[in-house]
Design a protein around this ligand. Structure first.
Ligand code: BGC
Length: 324
């Protein structure tokens, strides 16, 4: 019986960690998830994910060998294999994530930023195939960004290029605190959690009836706000409109940096479709420098049914194993 080499792709988010086994052609053979905050100790997390990967590989119909592990994570650093001071994760300071996985396997372990992994996934398997200049924004618990310029993913001097979520969209006197310790960061407005914060503020300022008033802050999530907006709730629609307009300003600024052909929107907020795309595109066009107007496509991910970050993270393994 021949052995199939598979790559493990892991996408670590502030709420969920999704992981899977992917073959050389980008077929996801197994996928599973666990709650990231459920593992306050990163060593326990690495052990739990590794055990699940092993049992996934044992359940495949073919005999499989895990050729390596690719990980996309907030503040993931490809140069050092670390996660450093992530805003939305339970692990504080510097976590040597690659080493924690290497205590279970002698195969290569590559850690990179989650939005960078999504950009690689989109480039190899998604709608950015053949594109040389594009940006991926992940709009989930946080706001991540991966930049591809002239056909190459941009890592920068220290591996941390493209942290748009922590650029200041509102100046220091804004009272909105960010998990990174700063105030007024783009992700405090432009993310699933940012939408929720905006919505609650809009509700507090308004006397209009709204069925979500009875939900406590902890229980409220962006999907409930989406469902209310779809049913016509005016406050929910206003929250999407505000978030979309903020996103448009961010898009207009990022276009000025690298002049992309397209920007792909990922994650929970992007799934809200026209509720977020329409105000975002309108506000981007209003704020763009005239040389860029009408040229930049704002698109959903081309990898709909699968996780682009899992796919992208897994593809890092092939790049590594075929290089060495
Ligand atoms: C982190 C980024 C990450 C994004 C999405 C942000 O808070 O700083 O590194 O890509 O969240 O997870």
């Amino acid at each position: 019986m021949t052995t199939l080499k598979v790559a493990a792709g892991i996408d670590i988010g502030g709420t969920n960690c999704v992981f899977g086994l992917v073959d050389r052609n980008g077929r996801v053979l197994a996928e599973d998830s666990l709650s990231t905050p459920g593992y306050p100790n990163p060593a326990d997390f690495a052990e739990a994910v590794w055990k699940k990967l092993i049992s996934q590989s044992g359940r495949l119909k073919v005999k499989a060998e895990i050729a390596g592990i690719g990980i996309g994570a907030p503040m993931g650093n490809i140069n050092k294999g670390t996660i450093e001071y992530p805003a939305g994760l339970p692990w504080k300071g510097i976590t040597p994530l690659a080493d924690l996985f290497k205590s279970h396997t002698d195969r290569p372990v590559i850690v990179t930023n989650d939005a960078n992994a999504a950009a690689v996934g989109e480039m190899i398997y998604g709608a950015a195939k053949g594109m040389k200049n594009f940006v991926v924004l992940t709009l989930g618990t946080g706001l991540g960004s991966g930049f591809v310029v002239d056909g190459r993913l941009v890592y920068g001097n220290d591996g941390f290029a493209g942290e748009l979520g922590h650029t200041t969209i509102k100046p220091g006197f804004s009272e909105r605190e960010c998990g990174c310790g700063k105030k007024g960061c783009a992700e405090t407005y432009i993310s699933a959690t940012g939408l929720k914060r905006t919505f609650v503020k809009i509700m507090a300022d308004s006397l209009e009836p709204c069925e979500l008033r009875k939900i406590s802050f902890d229980k409220l999530d962006s999907h409930m706000i989406y469902e209310a907006a779809v049913k016509g709730d005016r406050l929910a629609k206003r929250a999407f409109d505000y978030t979309g307009r903020m996103l448009g300003i961010l898009l207009a600024d990022l276009v000025a940096h690298t002049s992309p052909e397209a920007v792909f929107l990922f994650g929970g907020l992007a799934a809200a479709g026209s509720l977020i795309f329409e105000p975002a595109v309108k506000s981007m066009e209003e704020n763009l420098l005239h040389i860029y107007r009408g040229k930049v496509k704002i698109l959903p991910s081309g990898i709909k049914e699968k996780n682009a970050a899992v796919l992208g993270a897994s593809s890092l393994v092939w790049a590594e194993t075929e290089r060495t």
